[in-house]
Write a protein that binds this ligand. Structure first.
Ligand code: ZN
Ligand code: ZN
Ligand code: FE
Length: 759
């Protein structure tokens, strides 16, 4: 990353007032020669510091490590924005602003002190899987209502024993007012059930039974913090294949839980930032690159875990239960959400026994209820900065602070990877990841989460925002429940979301590239160039449109996008090309051609995601997707291991408009595929897509270029475009705390009134 100066905004939540925290921050800032200020807030402390990103990261680590002894940090969030030009570092004494209502804090990974206790044979919490303290443990997943006190949590049925009570009441104890405080005497306990739901073991024996089942290659449903996982031995090919078959999940990568960081290092390469996230209190799944060339790795992580994929989704234990299990196992396990594909994650005991019947071989449960589902968060590091791909455990429901005052409002998000959010004052509270609203059960969860968020925060929404798409279940729900909801165009919402989290004001050029979004002109948008100013957005350009034979079916079958692209180039002659004939069996080829010619169920699209699909299919990389986005991902992976130079294909941009004609690029790709390897072709294609963005930016001439939409989960595309934009003198803006995919849409929707243009 460039050494350019950035402003880090750090919010610390916890007991940090009256313990010498602000003077500590002042001294630390002096030590690192950083400028800015520190002030108290109603929730803790807010720090603004300016310096190089490297130094800022060191500073943030030092805050955690060197904090005054009596200070308790519940949670610490930070993000980077453009510098404000501070001249020195100040302590600001009073802050009158700030919401007085209590915020709900996320669940925090087990702290090192608790880990020491659970592995100390002389400690009363030795091997106790529900150990926690004020520094760590469950919060959002146990709170039922506010204020956050034990009777308002799922711990209410456990009466503290005298020893726990003493800790809880002593202000000098690490467990002073730790609401889920518990021990083997008084707290939750484990139970082990067999495949038909008969209780077989309890307490530590239950844990031992689960561990031995995993060793034998069984699929074990394990109740965690925000839901159940399915655990299997990651080195056991048969077991992982069985899990795939039972979950009906052919190739989508599984996440992994590793025993410790050293074990991760033996399998993956880890940068400093990736390491910090792995061991962070948020403990997300971090996408890490597998080490090259050692087939011996296969003994630890078999290829079935992530077929055709050089990246692994890796996390470290974040509850005492995980720590104890993984230490006994001493090897990584697959830890995938316990659900059927597209269904929400299981989190209730009875319900899990029912839904996981035929999938799990046995169950490790406990009697502490989970108040609401919270999935594992996922992030990857791009340009040395985090890019959150799924925002849930560890982050939700902390707000994103904006620099404007918002009216109390609700935004219900999109259709895929749905999240919802509530705004009040300067804060937007974004829900945990809900998922695709494809099934009745996911709609039920969507409604629960929405009601739950409103109830917990006691915000009475005055305005309601939805996607413009009239058929999205989220839109229909909002229209049923509230009168006068506002529809916000999908790609406009993407760009607004990225602007909001980066605190960027218009004018900007928005590059909104994704799979699908409702266009007000009745076409499927997804390769859009939007100019955003103080009055809203204008669609100033897009990729050349093509037809999608079969509409929605094209998402699962990249070869349909390929057919549409060929039809755009060759018209009806496309059916005579070798490429077209390779994509479909003869009978189907005729049907597809007819659909294209007569425009039967073949919507017009400008989608960049579908263009990625088309190129992937035309190159023979992936003609059918086994999971969302697979075709594009495989191209990204091929391209990143290419050794070739950065040369792009040719493309044209209209002289009087900003319509990007990719026809010549496709023709060059068809030639290249015959004579060159797919790494090379993929790399050149990526380079072309980046070059397109830069060329459009040059034509438009707006300094701030904001990139959002699912395509920007692609690290290669994003990093290369950032580099090229910076070289050309632009200021690239991309996501960090909020996903570029549709998980970020709700934030953009709720920001729409700020920049006008609500429809
Ligand atoms: Zn702790
Ligand atoms: Zn106790
Ligand atoms: Fe989208």
């Amino acid at each position: 990353m460039s050494q350019a100066v950035q402003l880090a905004k750090i919010n610390i939540y916890g007991a940090v007032q009256g313990v010498g925290f602000r003077p500590f921050i002042y001294r630390l800032a002096q030590q690192y020669n950083l400028k800015g200020c520190v002030s108290n807030t109603s929730q803790g402390v807010s720090i603004l510091v300016e310096g190089s990103v490297e130094t800022l990261r060191e500073f943030i680590t030092a805050v955690r490590l060197k904090k005054p002894e009596r200070a308790v940090i519940f949670s610490m969030n930070y993000y980077f924005v453009q510098p404000a030009g501070y001249k020195d570092f100040e302590i600001i004494t009073s802050e009158s602003e700030g919401v007085k209502s209590a915020w709900i804090l996320p669940d925090i990974a087990t702290c090192h002190l608790c880990i020491e206790e659970i592995f100390d044979p002389t400690d009363r919490r030795y091997l106790y899987p529900f150990t926690n303290c004020t520094h760590c443990g469950p919060r959002y997943t146990i709170v039922e209502s506010l204020p956050y006190d034990r009777p308002n949590t799922t711990m209410k049925k456990f009466v503290m024993c005298p020893a726990c009570r003493v800790e809880y009441e002593n202000p000098n104890n690490r467990r002073f007012h730790a609401q889920p405080n518990a021990c083997p005497e008084c707290g939750p306990v484990l139970q082990f059930y067999n495949s038909v739901g008969s209780l077989k073991q309890d307490r530590h024996n239950a844990l031992l039974a689960a561990v031995s089942a995993i060793r034998k290659g069984h699929i074990v449903a394990v109740k965690g913090l925000g839901g159940f996982h399915l655990f299997v031995d990651a080195g056991n090919r048969d077991a992982v294949a069985r899990l795939r078959a039972r979950k009906n999940r052919e190739q989508k990568p599984f996440a992994l839980l590793f025993p410790d960081i050293r074990c991760v290092e033996s399998v993956c390469t880890i940068s400093n930032v990736e390491r910090q996230w792995l061991i962070s209190p948020e403990a997300p799944i971090v996408l890490l690159h597998r080490r090259h060339g050692k087939s011996s790795n296969d003994a630890t992580i078999c290829s079935e875990v992530a077929p055709f994929n050089p990246w692994l989704g890796v996390m470290l234990p974040y509850t005492p239960l995980h720590h104890i299990m993984l230490r006994l196992l001493d090897k990584p396990v697959v830890a995938t959400s316990a659900n059927l594909s597209d269904e929400p994650i299981c989190y209730q005991n009875e319900n899990t026994l029912e839904r996981m019947k035929g999938i799990a071989d046995c169950y490790l449960m406990h009697n502490r209820p989970i108040a609401r589902h919270v999935d594992d968060s996922i992030l990857r590091v791009v340009k040395n900065r985090e890019l959150v791909l799924r925002r849930a455990r560890g982050f939700a429901p902390l707000p994103v602070a904006t620099d404007v005052k918002l009216t109390p409002s609700l935004a219900v998000g999109g259709h895929l990877k749905n999240t919802v959010c509530l705004a009040q004052d300067k804060f937007v509270f974004i829900s945990q990841h809900i998922g695709d609203l494809e099934t009745e059960s996911s709609m039920a969860v969507f409604k629960n989460v929405t009601d739950d968020l409103i109830r917990l925060y006691q915000i009475n929404p005055q305005s309601i925002f939805t996607d413009l798409h009239p058929d999205y279940e989220s839109t229909k729900y909002a229209q049923r429940m509230y009168t006068g909801s506002f529809g916000v165009q999908h790609h406009y919402a993407h760009i607004l979301s990225c602007m909001a989290e980066n605190e960027i004001a218009p004018p900007v050029l928005g590059i909104a590239w994704d799979g699908t979004g409702y266009g007000p002109d009745g076409t499927v948008w997804g390769g859009e160039f939007l100019e955003i100013n103080a009055n809203g957005y204008r669609r100033i350009g897009h990729l050349l449109p093509f037809l999608l034979p079969g509409g929605e079916k094209a998402v699962k079958e990249p070869r349909r996008s390929a057919a549409g692209v060929l039809y755009r180039i060759f018209g009806r002659d496309c059916a005579d090309t070798a490429e077209f004939q390779k994509l479909f069996p003869q009978k189907q080829a005729g049907v597809i051609l007819k659909m294209l010619q007569r425009r039967i169920n073949s919507p017009v699209t400008t989608s960049a995601g579908r263009l990625f699909d088309a190129v992937s299919a035309l190159s023979g990389i992936q003609t059918i997707n086994y999971y969302e986005g697979q075709a594009a991902m495989r191209m990204e992976y091929l391209a990143e291991s290419s050794e070739s130079d950065n040369t792009s294909y040719d493309f044209n941009i209209g002289e009087n408009n900003l319509i990007v004609d990719w026809k010549y690029m496709i023709q060059q790709i068809l030639e290249d595929v015959r004579s060159n390897d797919l790494h090379y072709v993929s790399k050149r294609f990526h380079e072309t897509m980046s070059a397109i963005i830069v060329r459009v930016a040059e034509r438009v001439g707006v300094e701030k270029v904001v990139m959002s939409g699912g395509c920007f989960q692609n690290r290669l595309l994003l990093e290369r475009t950032i580099t090229l934009l910076e070289k050309a003198g632009f200021m690239p803006v991309w996501h960090q705390r909020v996903p570029p995919n549709d998980g970020g849409i709700c934030l953009g929707q709720i920001m729409a009134p700020v920049y006008g243009g609500i429809k």
